[in-house]
Design a protein around this ligand. Structure first.
Ligand code: NAP
Ligand code: ZN
Length: 351
C-alpha cells in the first residue's frame, strides 16, 4: 500500500512543469504524514528543475518550503499528533552519526543529507518535494509551527529562505553595534533584512532594483544602496562588519569585499550555476578579510529560527499563487519580479 498524491513535476530541463501523480510511503513507526497546505517557491527549485546544477534526477517534483497539517503519525512518534501544524524544509534525513549530525548540523552531514527533493530516499529512490498534496517524513526532520494559523502561507518561506539567512547571521554574530550588508532583495534577501533588523544590527541593503528602495526600508533596512551606481557603492568602502550575498547570478565579489572593514566577512548563500569571477587576492590580504559560504541550517537551528520569528512576529512577504501559475512564477523570478516570495496554495489549487 502507498498513498497517492497529485503533484507538479519537471520531466526535462526545457519543458514547463506539468501535473503528475506520485506515491508516498505509508507512515512507518517514526514517520509523520502531512497534508500539504502551502509550499514556497525557492530559486533553488528553478535551478534544480532546469538542471542548472547538473545533478537533477527526472521527473523532479520541487518544493522545500512546506507547511501543512499532520494527518497521521507512526506509533513511535512522540512530538506530533494528528491536527498539529507542521513544517518541512530542505532535508528529510541524514546519517545521524557523523560529526556534523552529532552537533545538529545535518546540512553538513559527511555522508550527504537526503534532500526533500532530488535526494536519495530510504530505499535509495528519488525524493519528491512540496509541489504535491502529501508528504511523509521522519519525525526528527519535522518542525513545529507556533505562528497563528492565519499566517501559515507566509510562514512557509521560513523553512528555506528563513533558515538560510538566519544561520549565517547567527554564526557570524550579527547583532547590536554591527553594520551588516545584505545583497539582493529577493526571497532570501528580504528575510535577511527582516532578521538582521530584528537581531538589532544596522542594515544596509544592496540592490540592482531602484524600485525596491521603499520596500527595503519598510522591511527593516536602515540604508539602501543601488549597487549599479559606483558613487553610491564608494560611500560604503570599509564600512561593514559582515555582508550576506543572496544573489542567484554570477557577479563581481570584489565590489563587496572592498566594503568590509578589517576582519570582515563576505558570506555567499546564493548558488548560481556559473562561477563568480575570481576575486582579487589583495582585497582579502590587506584587511585580513574572509570570503565564506553557508548552507541552509540544521534542524535544531531551524526550530530556533521558527520560534524566533513567531516571537518577533516575522513572516515572509508573499504573493499567493495557484500551482498552474508556477511556470510564469519562474519567469518572473528570473526577472527579479517577486515581492518577495511566491507561495503555492496547494490545498486550494492542487486537486
Ligand atoms: P530570488 O528570489 O530570485 O532573489 C535573488 C535576488 O538576487 C533578486 O531578487 C535580485 O535582487 C538579485 N539578482 C538577481 N539577478 C541578479 C544579477 N544578475 N545581478 C545582481 N543581482 C541579481 O532568489 P532566492 O530564492 O532568494 O535565492 C537566491 C539564491 O540563493 C539562489 O541561487 C538559490 O539557489 C540560493 N539558495 C541557497 C541556499 C543555501 O543554502 N546556500 C538556500 C536557498 C537558496 P535585487 O533586485 O534586489 O538586485
Ligand atoms: Zn530553498
Amino acid at each position: 500500500m502507498s498513498i497517492p498524491a497529485k503533484a507538479y513535476a519537471a520531466f526535462d530541463p526545457h519543458s514547463p512543469l506539468v501535473p503528475w501523480e506520485i506515491a508516498r510511503r505509508d507512515p512507518g513507526p517514526h514517520d509523520v504524514q502531512l497534508q500539504i497546505l502551502y509550499c514556497g517557491v525557492c530559486h533553488s527549485d528553478l535551478h534544480q528543475a532546469r538542471n542548472e546544477w547538473k545533478n537533477t534526477i527526472y521527473p523532479c517534483v520541487p518544493g522545500h518550503e512546506i507547511v501543512g497539517r499532520v494527518v497521521a503519525v507512526g506509533e513511535k512518534v512522540t512530538r506530533f499528533k494528528v491536527g498539529d501544524l507542521a513544517g518541512v524544509g530542505c532535508m528529510v534525513d541524514s546519517c545521524g552519526h557523523c560529526d556534523a549530525c552529532a552537533s545538529g548540523e545535518e546540512q553538513y552531514c559527511s555522508e550527504g543529507f537526503v534532500g526533500t527533493y532530488n535526494g536519495r530516499g530510504p530505499g535509495s529512490e528519488n525524493t519528491y518535494g512540496g509541489y504535491s498534496q502529501v508528504i511523509v517524513v521522519k519525525e526528527s526532520f519535522v518542525l513545529h509551527i507556533k505562528h497563528p494559523e492565519k499566517d501559515l502561507a507566509a510562514v512557509a518561506p521560513l523553512l528555506c529562505a528563513g533558515i538560510t539567512t538566519y544561520s549565517p547571521l547567527r554564526h557570524w554574530k550579527v547583532g547590536p553595534g554591527k553594520r551588516v550588508g545584505i545583497v539582493g532583495l529577493g526571497g532570501l534577501g528580504h528575510m535577511a533584512v527582516k532578521l538582521a533588523h530584528a537581531m538589532g544590527a544596522h542594515v544596509v541593503l544592496f540592490t540592482t532594483s531602484p524600485a525596491k528602495t521603499a520596500d527595503a526600508k519598510r522591511l527593516g533596512a536602515d540604508e539602501v544602496c543601488i549597487s549599479k551606481d559606483p558613487e553610491q557603492m564608494a560611500r560604503y568602502r570599509e564600512q561593514l562588519d559582515f555582508i550576506l550575498d543572496t544573489v542567484a547570478a554570477p557577479h563581481r565579489l570584489d565590489d563587496y569585499l572592498q566594503l568590509l572593514k578589517r576582519d570582515g566577512t563576505l558570506t555567499l548563500v546564493g548558488a548560481p550555476s556559473e562561477p563568480h569571477p575570481s576575486p582579487a587576492v589583495f582585497n582579502l590580504l590587506f584587511r585580513r578579510r574572509s570570503l565564506a559560504g553557508s548552507l541552509i541550517g540544521g534542524i535544531r537551528e531551524t526550530q530556533e529560527m521558527l520560534d524566533f520569528c513567531a516571537e518577533h512576529g516575522i513572516v515572509s512577504d508573499i504573493e499567493l499563487i495557484p500551482i498552474d501559475y508556477i511556470n510564469t512564477a519562474y519567469e518572473r523570478m528570473l526577472r527579479s519580479d517577486v515581492k518577495y516570495r511566491f507561495v503555492i496554495d496547494i490545498a486550494a489549487s492542487l486537486k
